[in-house]
Ligand binder design. Structure first.
Ligand SMILES: Nc1ncnc2c1ncn2[C@@H]1O[C@H](COP(=O)(O)OP(=O)(O)OP(=O)(O)O)[C@@H](O)[C@H]1O
Length: 268
């Protein structure tokens, strides 16, 4: 049986900021209906990949395909239409502090649709129910915990029924119970809503547990890609350093810098 085409695909993508190349000839696939984890050392370009997929930045070489269409070639109208099919949840998916939980989740519906208010309310309550917070609708962001705020942001990200949802470090700063809840929620929502999910995370254990497909970025390229088991079994030194969280290995400790000589030398 042939596999359906991936929802997102990077083909030989090269991208850099200024003259610093961050991604070099990167090819990766985000399979439909699955949870894909994007991992790798800090600064490896994970957020950059999400921004390429969302069309906020363009590949300098190669192609980024969303549902078979080249994101880099899209006109603004097509780009906006594509973004409506994507939900994005950034690290501290900030809520509007002067709006109730309900109004926060209703925001994209009121912005992007002309649905009657009664329907907006029903959709919001359904989304809040999906994240376990239907009862918190009237609270203000200052009255809820960090873990709950993260779930409200998630309800808001799925308000418009996206096909793809991208999470940038959804577990950062969560206590172990909230972290477990968040991870389970990513899995449950993915399967119940027929989503495709991309999760950027540093939390190895939780991410390997929740993902179907793992991509490890390193040294400008893809260090490994496959099922969690395949990636764990990959003998590549960088992959092993990453999986075992070793401080020493191919990933350098220092951000590229002028030589010590240049910075400190010659000053008597
Ligand atoms: N707008 C920008 N201008 C210049 N350099 C940038 C910009 N955004 C990111 N970078 C650099 O590009 C590199 C990759 O950044 P990116 O945020 O994609 O990494 P990451 O893998 O998501 O890192 P982390 O895990 O630390 O969030 C970093 O070295 C960063 O300093």
């Amino acid at each position: 049986m042939s596999h359906p085409a991936p929802l997102v695909e990077l083909r030989n993508v090269t991208f850099g900021y200024g003259d610093r190349t961050i991604l070099r000839d990167v090819s990766l696939q985000v399979p439909r209906g699955k949870v894909t984890a994007l991992m790798g050392a800090s600064g490896g370009g994970k957020t950059t990949v999400l921004r390429l997929i969302g069309g906020q930045i363009k590949a300098q070489q190669g192609q980024v395909l969303f549902d078979g269409k080249d994101v880099g070639q899209m006109q603004n109208a097509q780009l906006y239409a594509m973004r409506r099919r994507m939900g994005m949840l950034f690290q501290f998916g900030a809520l509007f502090t002067d709006m109730s939980v309900l109004d926060n989740v209703a925001f994209p519906l009121r912005e992007h649709t002309r649905l009657p208010e009664s329907m907006v309310r029903d959709i919001v309550l359904m989304k809040l129910h999906a994240v376990g917070l239907r009862g918190a609708r009237d609270l203000m962001p200052s009255q809820i915990s960090g873990g709950m705020a993260r779930r409200v942001a998630l309800a808001r990200a799925i308000a418009l029924d996206p096909e793809l949802i991208m999470y940038d470090e959804p577990f950062a700063g969560l206590d172990p119970i909230s972290l477990g809840t968040a991870a389970r929620l990513i899995r449950t929502l993915n399967d119940a809503l027929g989503l495709t999910s991309v999760v950027v995370s540093h939390d190895l254990e939780e991410t390997f547990h929740v993902a179907d497909h793992v991509v490890i970025l390193g040294a400008g390229g893809i260090a490994a890609q496959g099922t969690p088991e395949q990636v764990q079994a990959n003998p590549d030194a960088l992959v092993q350093q990453f999986i075992h969280a070793r401080p020493n290995g191919p990933v350098p400790f220092h951000y590229p810098a002028p030589s010590l000589e240049q910075d400190f030398g010659g000053r008597a």
